[in-house]
Design a protein around this ligand. Structure first.
Ligand code: ADP
Ligand code: MG
Ligand code: MG
Length: 251
């Protein structure tokens, strides 16, 4: 579903190269974890997948279902089923969360040639999923992410993902800022999205999240490259020995 080949990318404004020859393959049905020390390029990779314009791909390829996405803008990528749950979700003053969800869901339906959802059906679906994430309706009336706690922002990201049912889900440090109970709720939400025709890329700094969302593969990112890949045991190895051993090995 996702094939990244020898990807090089830099920050457009400064020209600083952040992704330096990255290779990664994620199959449909797979949950892939990307781990790595702070500053290794994890968030940058997620932005590049989503099509954030502040970055330039200078070399290499990103294939999604066999086709390059490099020429697609963020809206086209979203319509094609790529979803990014942000490490730091943005606050959108003046746009009620419910309204945001309505616009997003209907934009997706429009891209598929479907009629917009009727309001009662929309509210029913949102309520159902919000309930599973222990979010109440009062929160949905508030502007998106404005004044939400760290945990509430992450739940709002998962809520969007559950409602939009993307094919390729990228979650950037969804565990940061979550207490144990919220971590469980959010992980359950992600696990509910596991499916043979969907790929999930979970970016995390810590092994803790991977006790709840058990990955099929683990990839260690360092200085913009995948320096080691393995199965879930690699995450335990990292927890025990830190990144130093693997970095040394790769060097
Ligand atoms: P991670 O998510 O793994 O912690 P990031 O992708 O956020 O790492 O950052 C990767 C590297 O890119 C870091 O060294 C960071 O300082 C650098 N970086 C990110 N944004 C910018 C920017 N706008 N200008 C210069 N360097 C940046
Ligand atoms: Mg970081
Ligand atoms: Mg990051």
């Amino acid at each position: 579903m996702l094939e990244i080949k020898n990807l090089h990318a830099r920050i457009a404004e400064s020209g600083v190269e952040i992704i330096r020859g990255l290779n990664l393959t994620v199959k449909a049905g797979e949950v892939a974890a990307i781990m790595g020390p702070n500053g290794s390029g994890k968030s940058t990779l997620s932005y590049i997948l989503a099509g954030r314009p502040d970055y330039e791909v200078t070399e290499g390829e990103i294939l999604y279902n066999g086709e390059s996405i490099l020429e697609m803008d963020p809206a086209e990528r979203a319509a094609a089923g790529i979803f990014l749950a942000f490490q730091y979700p943005m606050e959108i003053p003046g746009v009620a969360t419910m309204e945001f969800l309505k616009v997003a869901m209907n934009a997706q339906r429009k891209a598929r040639g479907e009629e917009p959802l009727k309001i009662p059906e929309l509210i029913k679906r949102v309520k159902e999923e919000a309930g599973l994430l222990s979010m109440d309706m009062a929160m949905l009336k508030r502007p998106l992410n404005v004044g939400f706690s760290g945990g509430e922002k992450k739940r709002a990201e998962i809520l969007q993902m559950k409602l939009l049912q993307p094919n390729l889900c990228v979650l950037d440090e969804t565990d940061s800022g979550l207490d144990i109970d919220a971590l469980k709720i959010v992980s359950d939400g992600v696990n509910a999205l596991r499916s043979p025709d969907r790929a999930i890329v979970v970016i995390t700094h810590y092994q803790r999240l991977l006790e709840h969302i058990v990955p099929d593969s683990v990839h260690v990112l360092y200085k913009g490259q995948v320096i080691k890949s393995g199965d879930k045991s690699l995450a335990f190895e990292l927890e025990e020995n830190g990144y130093a051993g693997i970095i040394e090995e790769a060097a």
